[in-house]
Design a protein around this ligand. Structure first.
Ligand code: MEV
Length: 424
């Protein structure tokens, strides 16, 4: 049977029923299911090895977004976050994006940059050339640090040398360009940058201070595109509204920050579920958004010649599936299994696609009814469930509370009693 992530009414199922669907989709074992259900599923002993001064763990909701078709393949997308509506919005957006093979995503490969800062050089342009002349020697020292990576086809591939002006005078900045394969890459790049520093000092006669990865991972970009048919989303007026929302962000950094926050709602939720360094992704995204000297939206929305909506997104995506917390955290391993990604490249593609879908969901809501109605519906649903409503009664109570604009525990209880009496 062909696997599909298109699961209508997934949100209406009980937790156990949802889990059953995910088990079938991702072939999860009983042990993996029990892990997901366990309260506090990160053993203290593992937590204690991950960071310092551990006194406990903190659980967040773990959900899956459905309906994602990316480069022709179906994905259930694990998301971890605290904000209501985000998972529902992503799933709903992905539903409109299934035509034409779904969301199409490419990326530029797992290339990271390590920076080495050289100061105290009187003739920076001359020393720039001298460093470049020693490129092979420097790359060799870098590659000696990780023979396994080199054997896998990765490693330090190139050198770029920049001269920058700074408040304390010119600096020579060496960029080690490293193919990190399936790793996020910070560790290996930092090791390489530290290893080449003495040679660079010898060549230039300068002093090296910083030797560290750059989170502006602009050689590790993910590029997504999608077409959404106008008739699926309420016609050309909605398309125009979404294009106008994007144009607002393109013209105004105050709006662009919120526009990009919507993208990061999706990206970071997947990053958390798979235990990525989400601070690095966040830093890279915003630095990239400001690369032209003004903070800009990471996505673009246009109307094509037939009046349909077309969207694109381009952003750095430094993620890994080997090493670090990805391997240490047992739930992250289950998340990767549910996703079924085989490489860091593929994970980056999924995250780019989720970012674009999340952005579309937000803009569509904002350009039409606003986001509060959807929020309120979910809020009402949670309250209806919390007073003990089941099945169709949940929908009825939600309907009435939303219509009345009175969404609270007491009203939900009242309605449950009233409707239960009537149905007897
Ligand atoms: C809320 O978490 C995200 C939005 O503000 C994004 C946006 O405004 O585009 C809805």
């Amino acid at each position: 049977m062909k696997k599909t992530s298109r699961i209508p009414g997934f949100y209406k199922l009980t937790i156990d029923e949802r889990l059953k669907k995910v088990v079938e989709f991702a072939n999860l074992t009983d042990e993996e299911v029990n892990l997901l259900k366990k309260v506090g599923n990160l053993d203290l002993s593992i937590a204690d090895r991950m960071i310092e001064n551990v006194i406990g763990t903190m659980a967040y909701p773990f959900a899956v977004a459905v309906n994602f078709l990316i480069n022709g393949k179906d994905y259930l997308v694990p998301m971890v976050l605290e904000e209501p509506s985000v998972v529902a919005a992503a799933s709903n957006a992905a539903r409109f994006m299934r035509r034409d093979g779904g969301i199409h995503v490419e990326n530029t490969g797992p290339i990271m940059i390590g920076q080495v800062q050289v100061v105290g050089v009187k003739d920076p342009w001359y020393q720039r050339m001298a460093i470049l002349e020693h490129k092979e020697e420097i790359l060799e020292i870098a590659n000696e640090q990780d023979p396994i990576l080199v054997r896998l086809g990765g490693g330090a591939k190139d050198l770029e040398v920049r001269v920058i002006d700074s408040p304390i005078g010119p600096m020579v900045i060496v960029h080690l360009i490293v193919d990190v394969k399936d790793a996020m890459g910070a560790n290996v790049v930092n090791t390489m940058a530290e290893a080449v520093a003495p040679t660079i000092e010898r060549i230039t006669g300068g002093k090296v201070y910083l030797r560290i990865v750059s989170n502006l991972a602009d050689k590790r970009l993910v590029r997504a595109r999608v077409k959404i048919y106008k008739e699926d989303i309420g016609g050309e007026e909605v398309v125009d509204g979404i294009v106008a929302a994007w144009a607002f962000a393109a013209a105004d950094p105050y709006r662009a920050a919120t526009h990009n926050k919507g993208i990061m709602n999706g990206v970071i939720a997947v990053a958390l579920a798979t235990a990525q360094d989400h601070r690095a992704i966040e830093a890279g995204a915003h630095a990239y958004a400001a690369r032209n000297g003004r903070y800009e939206p990471l996505s673009k929305w246009e109307k094509d010649k037939d009046g349909n909506l077309v969207g694109t997104l381009e952003m750095p995506m430094a993620v890994g599936i080997v090493g670090g917390a990805t391997k240490a955290h047992p739930v992250a391993r289950v998340a990767l299994k549910i996703l079924g990604v085989k490489s860091a490249d593929e994970l980056a593609k999924v995250m780019g696609a989720v970012g674009l879908a999340q952005n579309f969901a937000a803009l569509r809501a904002l350009a039409t009814e606003g986001i509060q109605r959807g929020h309120m519906r979910l809020h009402a649903r949670n309250i209806a469930i919390s007073v003990g409503a089941k099945g169709e009664l949940i929908d009825k109570i939600v309907e009435i509370m939303v219509r009345e604009g009175k969404i609270n525990y007491d009203r939900a209880k009242e309605l449950l009693e009233e409707l239960s009496r009537k149905s007897k």
